[in-house]
Design a protein around this ligand. Structure first.
Ligand code: ADP
Ligand code: MG
Length: 462
């Protein structure tokens, strides 16, 4: 095998474990020179880009290559000299100013040519492809209202919530809808990280005024994943100025964030207060019914046959987010295609065994759950573990016990001990209580899901 093939294989392995937009961001811009069989040179667009790429991916690239080839490969990351830069436009590459203006052709042109998709937007991310449930209804309605009257009502819109819950989808749905209504509208969708890179590139190339022009002349700015700007002081400053210019001109601004914006760290207060000045709408994990509807719709769209009982079990078991839900369904679908028939419940269970076994959860300590639940209900951990039996404390206590039993391997006796030496039957009773409540109150499901998500995140961050 030639090094080219190893390199390509390495990229496809990294791609499979990396968020699509992140992969696009870092890898679509690379060109490679193959040296001898033990070394290669990777060309990147700028020093800033090179540094970020190295921090994020160098180790992974090297170890993957080593695994594939069986020996160490020397990799040289170099900034590409200007003239050899690839001229072909990549899908996600920020547009030059000229191109951004492009949709503003005269109206006869527009009629003559069939409507094209907006270059920066995924055409699948539309309102009609978005399943609405109690978990996202408010966000959906705000987004829809904005798409009808951009800049008028809800401005800015801040969409927040965990990964894979549809923030990017809704944000781009706004863009797609504005674009359909008005193909002349100047819409920019950009992940915050790309915004930052473009900003630094403009400093390096002394094209700051073009950068400012570009971002201060849009009708709708859709800036995704602003949490990536934590402790990025200069970029925050630039965004602050961009925000003010656009806001004053009554242009629509939409942001997304993977947590409640108030929880951002190292984020300039005055910027934060501007970003959250309009409507803040969160996206929660869908209830299992909504998850089921999502699966059903996706299966229909792809025209594949999966029996309802199979969809139901996927919907019930995959409780993390919509992205995981789709991944599970894709596995089942791929298999159905191979065997060219419907998938049975048994086959699905077998296929998804690893997923159903759940992530290894050895590392969730009881006190972490106690802390998260106490914070959520604004109690102290002491109260949670203590003797008081008022309703305001009993429910949170039961919730904490329930979550611990769901997410860890601790026995009811061990759990009881950690709650002020309670008996194991008390723990069992608490778990039953919550299970009953979940059956009768669908909205309570969202609360539990949300708490589990926070626990999971905190556990993996510690
Ligand atoms: P986020 O930006 O919050 O991480 P995405 O918008 O990328 O999440 O969503 C992940 C995937 O799940 C996308 O393919 C998206 O289309 C899909 N998705 C999320 N929520 C919904 C929903 N309510 N209805 C249909 N598809 C959804
Ligand atoms: Mg996203």
């Amino acid at each position: 095998m030639h090094l080219t093939e190893f390199w390509n294989e390495t990229l496809s392995l990294i791609k499979s474990s990396t968020d699509a937009s992140e992969f696009q961001l870092y890898f679509s811009e690379l060109t490679v020179d193959y040296g001898t069989e033990n070394n290669l040179t990777v060309y990147v667009p700028s020093t800033f880009f090179r540094d970020r790429l190295k921090v994020k991916f160098e180790a992974q690239i090297k170890s993957t290559l080593k695994e594939l080839t069986g020996h160490d490969i020397d990799i040289n990351f170099k900034v590409r000299p200007k003239e050899t830069r690839t001229e072909t436009k990549k899908e996600n590459e920020p547009l030059t100013e000229k191109e951004v203006q492009k949709p503003a052709q005269n109206s006869s042109d527009i009629k003559a040519t069939p409507k094209k998709n907006h270059v920066l937007l995924n055409p699948d991310y539309t309102f009609s492809n978005f399943i609405v449930g109690g978990n996202n209804e408010f966000a959906y309605n705000c987004a829809l209202a904005i798409s009808k009257d951009p800049g008028l009502n809800y401005n800015p819109l801040m969409l927040y919530g965990g990964v894979g819950l549809g923030k990017t989808h809704l944000m781009q749905a706004i863009g797609n809808a504005i674009y359909v209504n008005n193909p002349k509208a100047n819409i920019i969708y950009i992940p915050s990280e790309s915004f930052m890179m473009e900003f630094f590139a403009s400093i390096q190339n002394k094209t700051q005024s073009q950068f400012k022009n570009k971002y201060r002349n849009v009708d709708a700015l859709l800036l995704d994943d602003i949490h990536d700007l934590e402790n990025k002081k200069e970029t925050q400053e630039e965004l602050f100025n961009t925000f003010n210019a656009l806001y004053q001109a009554r242009k629509q601004l939409v942001f997304t964030c993977d947590r409640p914006p108030q929880e951002l760290k190292d984020f300039a207060g005055r910027l934060l207060s501007r970003l959250t000045l309009g409507v803040n709408a969160d996206l929660q994990i869908p209830s299992w019914e909504t998850r089921f509807v999502i699966l059903k719709k996706k299966a229909e769209q792809k025209n594949i046959k999966i029996p309802d009982d199979v969809l139901e079990i996927i919907a019930r078991k995959i409780t993390t987010n919509v992205r995981d839900l789709q991944a599970a369904m894709n596995q089942v679908t791929a298999y159905a295609e191979i065997i060219n028939s419907e998938v049975t419940l048994e086959i699905a269970q077998n296929l998804l065994k690893n997923i159903f076994a759940g992530p290894v959860q050895q590392s969730i300590p009881i006190d972490l759950v106690q802390k998260v639940v106490a914070e959520f209900y604004k109690l102290s951990v002491q109260d949670l573990k203590g003797k008081k039996r008022t309703q305001a404390i009993t429910l949170p206590r039961q919730v904490a016990m329930y979550i611990i039993r769901e997410m860890t391997e601790f026995s009811t006796t061990e759990v009881g001990t950690e709650f002020g030496g309670r008996d194991h039957t008390t723990v069992m009773h608490a778990v039953q209580k919550i299970a009953d409540k979940l059956k009768t109150e669908p909205s309570f499901d969202a609360v539990i899901q949300n708490l589990q998500r926070i626990v999971r995140e905190r556990a993996s961050n510690s």
